[in-house]
Design a binder for this molecule. Structure first.
Ligand SMILES: [Zn+2]
Length: 260
């Protein structure tokens, strides 16, 4: 009898553990962010976390690299670096990032679109699919784009200039009739102090040779996949630049100018 009770108890514990691990899928929908966008605006470009460490938090994301060396796209667990020359490389995982957003992507909402004339229309289309303005969404758009305008930024040296000064010299690329993926996020208004309220998308071509921070696009045909994020986690940088920066000066308008 005692043995029987013990077996039951073991079964109960195993079941409880399994349920704990797999029963709550929403617990996995975490946006992990390194630093704040306001810090990037203020020229805090020193890398804080290695790409290897970053990848422990997901397989899908965007960001930049130590010293602001180009635009980051993370797709299917691989990190791509779009350099200011337009070249796309896979950086060493020991490279660090001063700002990144990463998620383990699971599709919650999916929709096919065709003939989307510009980025504004695309934002309206995505917006019509979002259940609320007040959640964070990871957004993947894979398809054929008749037009893509994207930018990248060159590596900076200390003393670091403000991001608005860097983007005045950004390189802008134009691609026509290209297949690829837009990777990015919708962030709600209440995150505006630590991110950009609205859409932030980066492009990567299917052959991994073109990409950048999205400025404009038109879509021929594409599939939109959306992952609802239910938790937000942020790494507060410990470097002197971050710790000594005055964040009172960054306005939402400045951020919109730099990012859109
Ligand atoms: Zn960007």
């Amino acid at each position: 009898m005692k043995k029987y009770v013990k077996v039951l108890l073991v079964c109960f514990i195993v079941c409880a553990l399994l349920t704990g691990c797999t029963g709550n899928t929403r617990a996995q929908d975490i946006l992990y962010q390194v630093s704040t966008l306001d810090a990037l605006m203020q020229g805090v470009y020193d890398g804080e976390l290695t790409l290897e460490e970053l990848l422990q938090h997901g397989d899908f994301g965007i960001g930049t690299f130590d010293a602001l060396d180009g635009e980051m796209v993370i797709l299917d667990g691989t990190v791509y670096q779009v350099l200011s020359s337009g070249e796309v490389v896979q950086p060493d995982l020991s490279v660090t990032t001063p700002f990144a957003m990463i998620t383990q992507f699971n599709t919650d909402i999916q929709s096919d679109v065709s003939s989307v004339s510009d980025y504004n229309k695309l934002q309206e289309t995505i917006g019509s699919l979002l259940p609320s303005q007040n959640e964070i969404y990871a957004i993947e758009i894979h398809g054929t784009f008749s037009y893509i305008e994207a930018r990248s930024v060159p590596s900076q040296t200390e003393p670091y200039p403000l991001l608005s000064e860097v983007t005045e010299e950004q390189t802008v690329f134009e691609y026509k009739d290209v297949t690829g993926t837009l990777v990015g996020y919708w962030c709600p208004e209440y995150l505006s102090g630590i991110n950009l309220a609205g859409y932030h998308l980066h492009f990567l071509s299917e052959d991994y040779t073109m990409g950048g921070h999205l400025l404009e696009c038109s879509i021929e045909n594409a599939a939109i996949s959306i992952n609802t994020v239910t938790q937000f986690q942020m790494l507060i940088p410990q470097n002197e630049y971050f710790l000594q920066t005055d964040f009172g000066d960054v306005t939402e308008q400045e951020k919109q100018n730099v990012e859109q």
